[in-house]
Design a protein around this ligand. Structure first.
Ligand SMILES: CC(C)(COP(=O)(O)OP(=O)(O)OC[C@H]1O[C@@H](n2cnc3c(N)ncnc32)[C@H](O)[C@@H]1OP(=O)(O)O)[C@@H](O)C(=O)NCCC(=O)NCCS
Length: 173
């Protein structure tokens, strides 16, 4: 596989750059039924820009937007973690329908992990890893996260679309 992905940090762009990327996010479409697992990409990016604790990213490959994801501080319990502060929350993650199944989800999850590690080092936070929750009925999501090094931590009953699994990857340091 020769695919690459880059994470474009929306909060680091100027107004023009943001507008372009938000326009791209608005074009991203999921396959039928997948909206049970994740929110609307444009809305998630706008929420990410509005909230200090969130770091919204466009996933880019071959010069175009193929997905979105958000890293968030202080919210790990939303994924079934024991406390809010000790881990980054990875949320709002999707790859657009046309590009699914090419390995980009795995690469993007790995890139999100590395980005969280860099942010912790830069911001001086005490986070020890990245946590997320994924629906038990979403084997593709579970496979992508597993291949990106996340380990199943057990069931998490929260979640509007049914039971979830909590998955976690600890930083290497
Ligand atoms: C989950 C998602 C981000 C994965 O992205 P992707 O680019 O399709 O993922 P990848 O191509 O890296 O595939 C991941 C693995 O899932 C596997 N997979 C695909 N469909 C599968 C299925 N029905 N059952 C089990 N594994 C499956 C793939 O085969 C691949 O493993 P492989 O490389 O060993 O074959 C993407 O499918 C998506 O956006 N889904 C809708 C939104 C969503 O579910 N987001 C996650 C919320 S937690």
């Amino acid at each position: 596989m020769h695919a690459f992905v880059w994470l474009i940090p929306l909060k680091s762009l100027d107004a023009d750059g943001r507008a372009i990327q938000l326009g791209e996010a608005a074009q991203l479409e999921l396959a039928p039924g997948q909206s049970d697992f994740v929110g609307d990409p444009l809305r998630m990016m706008l929420t990410g820009l509005a909230e200090e604790s969130r770091f919204p990213y466009i996933v880019e490959s071959e010069g175009r937007a193929v997905g979105v994801l958000t890293l968030q501080l202080g919210a790990a319990r939303l994924a079934g973690w024991a406390d809010d502060q000790s881990a980054w929350l990875l949320r709002g993650f999707l790859i657009r329908r046309e590009d699914q199944g090419r390995g980009l989800g795995t690469l993007a999850a790995r890139a999100a992990f590395r980005e969280a590690e860099r942010l912790s080092a830069r911001l001086g936070g005490g986070e020890t890893g990245v946590v997320l929750s994924v629906n038990e009925g979403n084997p593709t999501g579970q496979a992508a996260y597993r291949k990106a090094g996340f380990l199943d931590q057990g069931p998490y009953p929260g979640g509007s679309a049914g039971p979830q699994r909590t998955m976690y990857r600890a930083f290497d340091r």
